[in-house]
Design a protein around this ligand. Structure first.
Ligand code: AMP
Ligand code: DBH
Length: 561
């Protein structure tokens, strides 16, 4: 543990203020479940497929697992990588870890060897907790590779670990008689979220018990969750949005029911909504578009989905265009709530009592009266009221620094602790934010964030690639897709590689796939060019590249019409 770079604390004075204001309650996240279990033990906490957990069962299983994890040698103060799809066991694991003071690094189900091996080694994780298989991907094989390369020793498998008895530990074998658990300091890191980032490698976001608990509790209140709420998780539930805004943890705090879906496919989701009388769900804009057209099609066929119970659909992760936003209520029969958040902290919501125009045309306002918002120009000076500028923020649940990233932190935070979100926003007179664009070097592919530099570095590892620049190109469904501009080494351009082979976009895409990256990061399109255009300052002119590709796509669309 290196306290100076692992975690950047809030200034002492502010810590005291956040406590005095009641934001930080000094209750560790493990107590969230104990409290609801004490109040409504028999109420159903989680439904996943044909499995059910009541609050007392979940609480008991978390305690048994906490005992087993400690007995197996995990030490408080350490970290583990958790790599799981939406399943009930995930919550037994999370609460067990919160209760023993071991912080999970929440990898996305789409992450592959490149990302997972990096998290394990960079964070010096003590275990990799995963499942056997998900979506046709063999997680045990990934685990074997990690062990084989001495990246991790201890692997814990949820579900079928047969045949691997010696290398892997079955989660099932870890449930033991509960024991007294260590005292947890709520100012310590509870979990690590991952940043969509802009740098060569994803950044780890340390979230403390105090700040995360506040953000999910306040979110649950804003979203008016109660014991009667039934929340359907269709996005990967480890992501900050469906985990805490108010998400799975918010609904468990409120004593409602969490229904886990493997994905958001309309047929599956619509039938879960009807079956479990779901009241609220959260999704990214492309999924909302998919639901809209699926519902319209089914209505035309006289087979309208039965969504009566659904009161609220939250949409966030990327900008939801106003025309689509206005279709939610008429077609799906429920209210829209826009959510503009970030795993680093700040979350904005339109409120359920807001007027139509605010809900349709803004991305909401911050959770907390003590979220500080600054909108500044390129020189860090405040813009005039209502003008667009860079969004900077600090507050009771926004981090002050990434994990072990001193150099990056110096750029990502101002000297007085504001996080530079990289978003371009303007504020309405009533304090609501409208996202107008982005200054960070990132592609937002329908809510999935791609750091340009990470992919450019991978492309540069190809022997024929001289230089590469990844930019966003417009897409009617995802909002943005990624396009890589590539220059080839002298002599490679259009030259046969081997016998009579030309280097093609698909070769580079295959090369990237072989780098074992999450699939959403593979560029959707590759353009070979003679040289990358430069700005007067000698940087790659990405604005020019974005405009170039977007005009090319527009011309192609016109030709088709
Ligand atoms: P991350 O830092 O990876 O958690 O991603 C958070 C980023 O997602 C934000 O800084 C925005 O760029 C983007 N984002 C999230 N929600 C919205 C939204 N409702 N509208 C526009 N952009 C969003
Ligand atoms: O995109 C995000 O990261 C996000 C979106 C909505 C988020 O972290 C959140 C709400 O909490």
């Amino acid at each position: 543990m290196n306290p100076t770079t692992d975690f950047t604390p809030w200034p002492t004075e502010l810590q005291q203020q956040y406590r005095a204001q009641g934001y930080w309650s000094d209750a560790p996240l493990g107590t969230l479940l104990a409290q609801t279990a004490a109040a409504a033990g028999e109420h159903i906490a989680i439904i996943a497929g044909d499995k059910r957990w009541s609050y007392s069962q979940l609480d008991e299983r978390a305690n048994q697992l906490a005992a087993g994890l400690l007995a197996s040698g995990l030490q408080p103060g350490t970290r583990v990588v958790v790599h799981l799809p939406n399943c009930g066991e995930l919550f037994e694991i999370l609460f067990a870890l919160f209760r023993i003071g071991v912080a999970p690094i929440l990898a996305l189900p789409s992450h592959r060897f490149a990302e997972i091996s990096y998290f394990c080694s960079f964070a010096e994780a003590d275990a990799y907790i995963t499942c056997a298989n998900n979506n046709g991907f063999d997680h045990r094989e990934l685990a074997r590779q990690l062990q084989h390369n001495h990246i991790i020793e201890r692997v814990i498998i949820v579900g079928d670990s047969t045949g691997d008895a010696e290398e892997f530990c079955a989660l099932d074998s870890l449930y033991q008689t509960p024991i007294a658990l260590p005292n947890i300091n709520a100012s310590d890191v509870a979990l690590y979220q991952l940043s969509g980032g802009t740098t060569g490698v994803p950044k780890l976001i340390p979230r403390t018990h105090n700040d995360y608990y506040y953000s999910l509790r306040a979110s649950a209140l804003i979203c008016e969750l109660t014991q009667a709420s039934v929340y359907l998780a269709v996005l990967p539930v480890v992501h900050n949005f469906p985990l805490s805004s108010p998400g799975a943890l918010g609904v468990l705090w409120a004593g409602g029911t969490l229904v886990l879906a493997e994905n958001g496919a309309p047929d599956l989701a619509f039938s879960l909504i009807e079956q479990h009388q779901v009241t609220v769900t959260a999704m990214v804009p492309p999924l909302a578009l998919t639901w809209l057209s699926a519902a319209e099609n089914r209505q035309k066929m006289g087979d309208a989905p039965k969504l009566k119970s659904l009161q609220v659909i939250q949409v966030g992760g990327a900008k939801f265009c106003e025309t689509a936003a206005r279709r939610i209520q008429p077609i799906l029969g429920c209210q829209l709530q826009q959510v503009f958040g970030m795993a680093e902290g700040l979350v904005n919501y339109t409120r359920l009592s807001d007027d139509q125009d605010t809900t349709m045309a803004t991305q909401g306002r911050p959770i907390s009266p003590h979220d500080e918002i600054r909108i500044v120009n390129d020189e860090d000076r405040p813009v005039a009221d209502g003008e667009t500028g860079h969004l900077l923020t600090r507050g009771p649940y926004t981090i002050r620094g990434y994990f072990r990233a001193a150099e990056h932190n110096a750029k990502a935070f101002t000297a007085d602790g504001f996080y530079r979100t990289g978003d371009l926003v303007r504020m309405t007179e009533r304090g609501y934010l409208i996202v107008e664009g982005r200054a960070k070097d990132q592609i937002n592919r329908g809510g999935e964030k791609i750091a340009a530099e990470e992919i450019e570095n991978c492309l540069l590892a190809h022997p024929q690639v001289q230089d590469a620049a990844l930019v966003a190109m417009p897409d009617p469904f995802l909002g943005e897709r990624s396009c890589a501009f590539v220059t080839l080494r002298t002599g490679c351009n259009q030259q046969p590689l081997k016998s009579n082979e030309l280097i093609k976009a698909s070769d580079l895409q295959r090369f990237l796939r072989e780098c074992n990256l999450a699939t959403f990061k593979i560029p959707d399109r590759i353009e070979f060019i003679a040289s990358l255009p430069q700005t007067r300052l000698g940087k790659v002119d990405k604005k020019y590249l974005r405009e170039w590709i977007s005009e090319k796509l527009a011309r192609a669309t016109q030709l088709k019409i």
